[in-house]
Design a protein around this ligand. Sequence first.
Ligand code: PHE
Length: 346
Amino acid sequence: MNDRLIPEQLAQLRERALAALAAVDSTDALERWRVEYLGRRAAVNTFLRELGQLPPADRRAAGQAANALKAELEAAYAARAQALKDAELAALLERERLDVTLPGRPPALGGLHPTTLVVERILEIFRDLGFRVAEGPEVELDYYNFEALNIPPEHPARDMWDTFYVRPPDIVLRTHTSPNQVRVMERTRPPVRVVVPGRCYRYEAQDASHEWMFYQVEGLAVDRGLTMADLKGVLTTFAREMFWPDVQCRFRCDYFPFVEPGLDMSITCHLCRGAGCRVCKGTGWIELLGAGMVHPFVLRRAGYDPDEVTGFAFGMGPERIAMVKYGIEDIRLFYGNDLRFLEQFR
Ligand code: PHE
């Protein structure tokens, strides 16, 4: 080892090491650099191990210079390691950037379907009048949908309901909720006061007032001494609660095989208040529901004695009521799943 060369050698080593360190761009490269310039076989360490070969007078200065270089490289290494870590973290933060000052995305709130709103209101009104709520099957036996309701096979009254047959001739999609009159009576003793909401199905050509699927709410009351006055009182009270307090109700004769007498109820048109308009087709009245006194045949079929008890029944369409309440002119809007329509009821 040439003592005059020592400072020069160390200066060259320093230059090379620092240049190589500046080029380091990954933790792997940094580790390779550490092994080469600070590892056990690195030039500075070899130099320090071989100090003993120098003349004793030079050892001290050479040792100090080499140790100073080693300390400098260690510091440079540490700084580079920190810089790499910082750069990695910065890249990570950039990738996962989150601007907490941005306005939040509001959650999309759902709403109840107009049919649901109306059905719930109907049930609420009848609950207040002492009726309880029951349900029955949508896939129904011909027996309950027709026969037990005084509509025998081949009877022309079957034409009133265009029927979907699930398995002819005995299993159908119920065409109305009236089968539940019989189902409820079969499992309860009088007195009965019940409302039954649910889906009904008819093989219909669709238009503004006909759907092949729609809802009904059936009502049934059976007790000793019930009369048409009870029927009118309950349904008039219902209409006043549902629409407005001075609504007029009109009852007219109608035919349904399972009631006698049978009738339909209309209310004054909400739009023209009776003057006559497009919605009521100029009549000033809107037909709302079918009703009547339960036919003795039906009471007997269900196991009741018509000489002991009488009853009244009614069936209404919630979509019809929603159309009146909200001014909806086409029933197909209900189940067309157009959000622009549905969102108006939120
Ligand atoms: N079920 C009848 C229909 O769907 C309505 C009704 C129910 C009529 C109860 C009278 C009594 O047309």
